[in-house]
Ligand binder design. Structure first.
Ligand code: PGA
Length: 261
């Protein structure tokens, strides 16, 4: 079975007091919903603090972005190596805000993904089409090209066990517009079939595919009921601990598939 994975992407929100209050609630949540993988991706200045607060707990803590170089003159940036060094276990790569606001290309995303895997970090690999691309009927072509650029040549084992794919239609991120369950399921199934071609059938059955884009407690039940939707990458609704708890609870008991995870 694929374990459901619900991850909080706090973006550039929350302050230290709010981070501490949030973290204080997480051990009980992880115990209650032990069948769900919970991920917390704080702003990088709080990364070490969250790692410390959740040390020894069965949660994933990671960075929202990092550079692949080991070190260098990149004022304001952090290295994937530093994410690993503070004890975090994961990195988000390819978020649409990184692609559009910071100009990260498919090649940049791949370099970050490769660096993270080489360091032993797990990866959430984001992809998704823009509104113009969807309206032009190009959704499948766009997401398949992003998937190919991100995952071609990786070992099936890394794809199955260390990479989570997050399908995040750009038009649904932070807009209140959410993909319908049918729209999400259609793209998730397409991506899973493409993973079977890039790797093999067992890898496709095992790879976890999250949906992201205006996920809230009142729309997540229908999404997670889709056979190929294995969890969510959550922005806005992850800032409120009660809402995040509700999302994790909805993920509990919702594992799909018969893969290795
Ligand atoms: P949102 O963000 O839930 O606020 O739409 C999702 C994301 O950017 O991962």
């Amino acid at each position: 079975m694929r374990r459901s994975y619900v991850a909080a992407n706090w973006k550039m929100h929350l302050d230290g007091a709010a981070v501490d209050a949030f973290c204080a609630r997480l051990p009980a949540l992880a115990r209650e919903a032990a069948d769900v993988r919970i991920g917390i991706f704080p702003p990088s200045v709080y990364l070490a603090r969250v790692v410390g607060a959740l040390a020894g707990r069965p949660l994933t803590v990671g960075a929202q972005a990092a550079r692949p170089e080991e070190r260098g003159a990149f004022t304001g940036e952090i290295a994937a190596r530093q994410v690993k060094d503070v004890g975090a276990g994961a990195l988000i790569v390819g978020h649409s805000e990184r692609r559009t606001l910071f100009g990260e290309t498919d090649a940049d995303v791949r370099a970050r993904l490769d660096a993270a895997l080489a360091l032993g970090l797990d990866v959430i690999f984001c992809l998704g089409e823009s509104l113009a691309e969807r309206k032009a009927g190009r959704t499948d072509e766009v997401v398949l090209a992003q998937l190919q650029a991100g995952l071609a040549g990786l070992s099936p084992r890394d794809i199955a066990q260390r990479v989570t794919i997050a399908y995040e239609p750009v038009w649904a991120i932070g807009t209140g517009l959410v993909a319908t369950p049918d729209q999400a399921q259609q793209v998730h199934a397409l991506l899973r079939a493409a993973v079977a071609r890039l790797a093999d059938e067992a890898t496709a059955r095992a790879v976890v595919i999250q949906y992201g884009g205006s996920v809230k407690p009142d729309n997540f039940a229908e999404l997670i009921a889709c056979p190929d939707v294995d969890g969510a990458l959550v922005g806005g609704a992850s800032l409120d601990v009660s809402m995040f708890e509700a999302l994790v609870r909805l993920g509990s008991g919702s594992a799909h598939g018969a893969g290795r995870n």
